[in-house]
Design a protein around this ligand. Structure first.
Ligand SMILES: *Cc1c(COP(=O)(O)O)cnc(C)c1O
Length: 525
């Protein structure tokens, strides 16, 4: 089947390079159908005796058609899931330069700690007296988050960066309501370079988004912020370092301009990995910032595990933090769970973000990462992340174009597609060719302020040798693109289990339910 770009979906279908095999497998890369397509109950791996005569009690509710579950033997089941797992490219299989995502190594020590029965087996409804150790862990992690950011308090419960943004903006909204200004302060300033979650979050809780144009050098101009901010301004949402991989050098002036207008400074902390131990957001005028534990503090992302997005807060916003929060008492640690109880202690929580207390497993992993690195190690991780990104920049700058000039970047390096002009190769094609080389592509077409953006974040996890191979691969591809070897790109990926998918259609009209092929349906009738 061809997709809308008229490019092949099936492996090797248009390529003379790849010899077609009888099985459809390509060496160790094996075709794997859905489990429903490979097994059926009449070939199941277990023998179940026919039921003894019994009186049927379900009446009209009794199932008429076969249940349609897959039936497989144990080795078949094993192979199915192992083959599926092999289709997953992760940080454990190779370099994952996805910009803005901080795909760093997830140390196994963290996994071991998270599996200690005292952490993995606790239940969120257990009496607090029986989980004092777990509460102490949350409290200790909270302490280090507040210390590293130079802030006053932290709301631990949000479950991702975007969820943290929502928490931060809800705290800001609560503060504005407490000031009696909710009718007027309705605007959130968001730079053009922001991650899509920033304007989405602001809009979700009925703020009006006003976009701040980014200046020539890729950063935000405090003068422009001062002109846009006024009595209607609730907040600015600013990422620092920003999504162009640049430190917002005028961040303090920007904070001052927003504060002067009576607004709050929300910092998107997704890029905290560039500055841990080097700069404290609290010193830069930040009022609220989420921290992606699954980025900066090495806990797994996405399919690899749930995220976690604690939000650090300034003194002005701290009282509005959501429940639950932990309080030290003479009798031990107390988890303050409801608003009435919180008010007794002088807090004015805006509500609650999650059913329980947040992602316990991620807290254990993040604290384990912090304690095993120490303050000096975390600072070094940031320095190495920045060094690695600059090494990639310096080694590719002669072939690929840098939209803001060949200047030092922070922990990620942003290229645009000027250098691909007239080659017939697009950013998308280039990224697809990287898949053939065994690399997960970099972030493409983000940030939007740059044409055909390619955002590369190697993180500190990569060795010099690993970076050298990556750079040599990109150089080989770049030279091929410039030489006119267009086929290598426009047909790529040639070696992946799937070729080019219609991603728009997959997102707009996803097929969420497997329907048996017609003959099976007919047999069931
Ligand atoms: C990852 C990211 C987010 C959102 O974080 P999630 O944990 O994915 O919800 C927000 N802003 C930036 C700049 C990011 O990179």
């Amino acid at each position: 089947m061809l997709n809308r770009q008229g490019r092949p979906t099936a492996p090797g279908s248009d390529s003379t390079v790849i010899h077609k095999t009888f099985t459809g497998n390509r060496a160790l890369q094996q075709i794997e159908p859905l489990i429903f397509e490979i097994g059926s109950m009449d070939q199941t791996g277990v023998d179940i005796d026919a039921p003894a005569p019994h009186h049927k009690k379900l009446g009209a509710f009794e199932r008429k058609a076969p249940i349609g579950l897959p039936g497989l033997s144990e080795p078949e089941t094993m192979r199915h899931y192992v083959r599926l797992s092999q289709k997953n490219y992760g940080i454990d299989s190779g370099l994952f330069p996805l910009g803005s995502c901080t795909m760093k190594h997830n140390p196994r020590l963290n996994e071991k700690m998270a599996r200690l029965p005292g952490f993995s087996d606790v239940h969120p409804l257990q009496p607090q007296s029986t989980v004092q150790g777990a509460l102490e862990l949350i409290d200790t992690l909270a302490h280090w988050l507040v210390t590293l950011t130079g802030m006053d308090a932290v709301a631990m419960s949000p479950k991702a960066g975007a969820h943290g943004e929502l928490c931060g903006l809800m705290a800001i909204k609560a503060a504005i309501i407490a000031r009696g200004e909710e009718a007027t302060r309705k605007v959130v300033l968001v730079p053009d370079s922001a991650h899509g979650t920033n304007p989405a979050t602001a809009a979700l809780i009925h703020f009006d988004v006003r976009s701040v144009p980014v200046r020539e050098d890729g950063t935000v101009d405090p003068q422009v912020v001062a002109e846009l901010a006024g009595p209607d301004t609730a907040a600015i949402m600013l990422t620092n370092p920003n999504t162009c991989g640049l430190f917002e050098k005028d961040v303090v002036a920007i904070a001052d301009a927003v504060h002067k207008a009576g607004g709050y400074f929300y910092a998107d902390g997704a890029n905290f990995n560039a500055i841990v131990g080097k700069a404290r957001p609290g010193d830069l005028g930040v009022d609220a910032m989420h921290i992606n534990l699954h980025k900066t503090f090495s806990t797994p992302h996405g399919g690899g595990g749930p995220g976690s997005g604690p939000v650090v807060l300034s003194e002005r916003l701290a009282p509005f933090a959501p429940v639950p929060f932990i309080r030290k008492t003479d009798a031990g640690l107390q988890l303050v769970e409801d608003e009435a109880e919180a008010k007794k202690h002088g807090a004015h929580p805006f509500g609650r973000m999650t059913a329980f207390h947040g992602q316990m497993g991620m807290y254990v992993r993040a604290l384990s990462y912090m304690l095993s690195h120490g303050a000096d190690g975390m600072k070094q991780a940031s320095e190495d992340a920045v060094l690695n990104a600059n090494y990639v920049r310096a080694c590719l700058a002669d072939l690929m174009s840098l939209p803001f000039g060949n200047k030092p970047c922070m922990h990620e390096v942003l290229f645009d597609d000027t250098w691909l002009k007239d080659t017939g190769v697009s950013t998308l094609d280039f990224a697809k060719a990287m898949i053939d080389e065994g690399y997960h592509p970099m972030t493409m077409y983000f940030p939007l302020v740059v044409h055909g953006a390619m955002l590369i974040e190697p993180t500190e996890s990569e060795s010099r040798a690993s970076l050298d191979l990556f750079i040599a691969t990109l150089r080989d591809l770049a030279i091929a693109a410039k030489r006119g070897d267009t086929d290598r790109f426009t047909g790529a990926p040639y070696h992946a289990p799937m070729r080019r998918l219609d991603e728009t259609r997959a997102a707009r009209s996803p097929v969420l339910k497997w329907l048996p092929p017609q003959p099976i349906l007919e047999a069931a009738e």
